[in-house]
Design a protein. Structure first.
Length: 276
């Protein structure tokens, strides 16, 4: 089983992968684009990608990639994220002139970082930043990463739990052309839809009212610009339930009649983290 992730060992993608799979081979990639390509081009069986965070919000480019690659969503996992400030042994907080990390991790620790004098530098990976500091024996740089990264690279933690909000969660999507059967899943189903509406007043509201009248609970909506059509948008929504079921047949037919296109990115369940 080959799993492609953005980042390396000790990254939060690595931790989330451990929640989903018993045993696997890890493909460590520098960019999300490479991760999507790995599954599309059959180099990996699954891709695990972060899609949104409870502090920093949506990862917009990954929504765009969902629309472009159309790899089915087969499961999701919500991971509690705790960030640590990690540095080379013997280094103190006041010694740091730079702090490195992934842009999303930096945003999640903004309150802590605003109180520091060190320059904030965006990097491709949280754990990769720790690894580079160790390899180069940098004594003026710290990195924001996971406790697992501290353990893997044997680097001490200067400050623990520096995230702005302790209720800090990231949602990860598991993408594949094959089904997921590794670990227990929750009972509830979720469907992610992608649709475009006619460029006229009230067209989005019409679609949302169809869902409301059918008792469909929409839990998230994301808009994205349509290429080549300035100021026109399509939408990605999460709804509770399996939209392929008979009870939603007429509602989905009405949605399609009011949209320029409708596609299903996936009908899937969440990993039951308490059961792993």
């Amino acid at each position: 089983m080959i799993i492609s992730i953005q980042g390396g060992k000790g990254s939060f993608h690595h931790i989330a992968t451990n929640k989903l799979f018993h045993s696997y081979e890890l493909l460590e990639r520098a960019t999300f684009e490479e991760v999507f390509q790995d599954v599309a081009e059959k180099r990996a069986d699954f891709a695990l990608v972060a899609i949104e965070n409870s502090i920093a919000g949506s990862i917009t480019h990954n929504y765009n990639r969902l629309a472009r690659y159309r790899i089915p969503i087969v499961a999701e996992v919500y991971l509690r994220i705790s960030h640590q400030l990690i540095a080379f042994p013997g280094v103190r907080l006041e010694d740091l002139r730079e702090i490195w990390s992934h842009p999303m991790a930096i945003e999640q620790c903004r309150d802590f970082l605003n109180k520091q004098r060190a320059k904030i530098i965006e990097k491709e990976d949280t754990a990769g930043s720790v690894q580079l500091i160790k390899e180069k024996r940098l004594t003026h740089v710290g990195a924001i990463a996971s406790s697992l990264a501290s353990e893997i690279y044997d680097m001490p933690i200067l400050n623990q739990a520096i995230e702005t909000d302790p209720n800090n969660y990231t949602r990860f999507l598991l993408l594949s052309y094959q089904s997921y059967t590794q670990k227990p899943l929750s009972d509830s189903l979720k469907t992610t839809l992608h649709f475009g509406v006619k460029h006229k007043s009230g067209s989005l509201v019409d679609v949302l009212f169809i869902m409301k009248d059918a008792g469909i609970n929409m839990t998230k909506i994301e808009s994205r610009p349509q290429l080549g059509k300035p100021w026109e948008y399509d939408f990605i929504v999460d709804v509770d339930g399996d939209m392929n079921q008979e009870q939603y047949k007429y509602a989905m037919q009405a949605v399609r009649e009011n949209c320029t296109f409708v596609e299903v990115f996936g009908c899937y369940k969440s990993i039951d983290v308490d059961a792993v």
